[in-house]
Design a protein around this ligand. Structure first.
Ligand code: GMT
Length: 379
């Protein structure tokens, strides 16, 4: 199949999922055409079936806001016509679902049928999508998607509650390629970060408020009072300055290692003892799954889709949002009991295996196939 793939290229789970999905489809012989305003950060193009079509959103003095949607819709039309796309897959509802609809209508006027799949990722529904200003457009474009998927049962429920749409939502969970985690990651030596055998806590995110990184720091501060420990922070974003400030106030900056944006976190995860994800909302928690695939137990909240990934008392622990005391106590308990800790590591890996790409990819392929074989252009 010829598949068009649209995602945000920036650091964020939806771009990672789109890119890894595209790579896996390309390996299976499909031709995958990415369209974005800059190259998605995990997209390396050494595959004869992967293509990248960049578009420029020009800066024109008349426009205070650049017409991203129009340029993207034009690019989709162009790629669909000249690369003969069979199906389009857009990630993140806002604004990609309505852009896909617009492109589909333009193509329809040229007697070309391009069915599209919209994958809901999380904040497109739970945060940004809650803004009533978007409501009519989101509801319309979700209802008109030829297929609608969400990355967790929890997100499906949230979508149905928020938008009351009529379209069917298929849950296809996020995934990892377990083989990539089984190969040794020797470059990153643990003693580089923990020269005296300190426990290493890791958090990875795009440092937005929803991630509650201040809770990561508070948990670390409490763990550090019980045992020697280091905190590795991967990523960057709007909350970074406030987090630096908090670390200074708590006088723990010397034990907090900021690595900034890292495209592939496997090496870092290979030295981690615990992964901390105390998010306010999290539709799935791909970073937690990546940690578990590296046998790292997870201390997280129980919000959104996290209970579908991290199993309480088995692969890690889940607590109410903001319950820093319980999350710290659980972290200390796990790190102090070697037998329990090793059991959780194995459980985390076993749970991650369920989300291996080989189990998830056929669901997407089947969906595309269903859309391609139904030639009817939607009204
Ligand atoms: O929150 C992020 O890290 C970015 C955001 C995105 O869309 O890029 O992530 C969302 O999608 C990921 C991939 O499906 C999910 O694993 C994350 O849980 C989800 N984030 C939230 O719901 C806050």
């Amino acid at each position: 199949m010829n598949i068009g793939m649209v995602c945000f290229p920036t650091y964020g789970g939806s771009g990672v999922v789109a890119t890894e999905l595209g790579k896996a489809l390309a390996k299976k012989g499909h031709k995958v055409h990415f369209m974005s305003y800059s190259q998605p950060f995990r997209l390396n193009l050494f595959d004869e079936n992967l293509f990248y079509h960049e578009f420029n959103v020009n800066d024109y003095p008349l426009f205070e806001y650049q017409p991203y949607e129009s340029v993207l819709a034009s690019k989709i039309v162009d790629v669909a016509m000249y690369e003969q796309l069979d199906v389009l897959h857009v990630h993140y509802a806002i604004p990609h679902a309505s852009v896909a609809y617009m492109a589909q209508q333009i193509l329809k006027s040229k007697k070309i049928n391009l069915p599209y799949v919209t994958t809901l990722h999380g904040t497109d529904i739970t945060l940004v999508g809650r803004d009533p200003a978007f409501e009519p457009v989101i509801r319309f474009s979700l209802n008109h998607s030829n297929a609608l998927t969400s990355v967790s049962e929890s997100l499906k429920k949230d979508t149905l509650k928020t938008f009351k749409i009529d379209n069917k939502i298929t849950v296809i969970p996020n995934f990892i390629n377990i083989k990539e985690y089984e190969t040794p990651h020797e470059h990153c030596v643990k003693t580089k970060y923990a020269p005296n055998g300190e426990k290493i806590l890791v958090h990875i995110s795009n440092f937005r408020k929803v991630k509650r990184i201040e809770d990561v720091v508070q948990i670390f501060d409490r763990v550090k009072k019980e045992m020697p420990a280091k905190l590795i922070l991967v990523g960057d974003g709007p909350e970074k300055a406030a987090i630096d400030q908090l670390c200074r106030q708590l006088n723990i900056s010397h034990d907090v290692i900021n690595l900034g944006k890292i495209a592939d976190p496997k090496e870092i995860l290979s030295v981690a003892d615990l992964f901390i994800l105390p998010s306010e909302t999290e539709s799935f928690g791909l970073s937690a799954l990546e940690a578990m695939a590296m046998k790292v137990p997870v201390i997280s909240t129980n919000s959104g889709g996290l209970p579908e990934v991290n199993i309480n008392g088995k692969t890690g622990y889940l607590s109410d949002v903001g319950d820093v005391e319980e999350m710290s106590a659980n972290a200390i308990k796990l790190l102090s009991d070697k037998k329990l800790f090793n059991q959780f590591k194995e459980n985390a890996f076993a749970q991650a295996k369920k989300f291996d790409i080989v189990n998830i990819l056929p669901h997407y392929e089947k969906l595309y196939q269903q859309l391609v074989s139904n030639q009817a252009v939607p009204a």
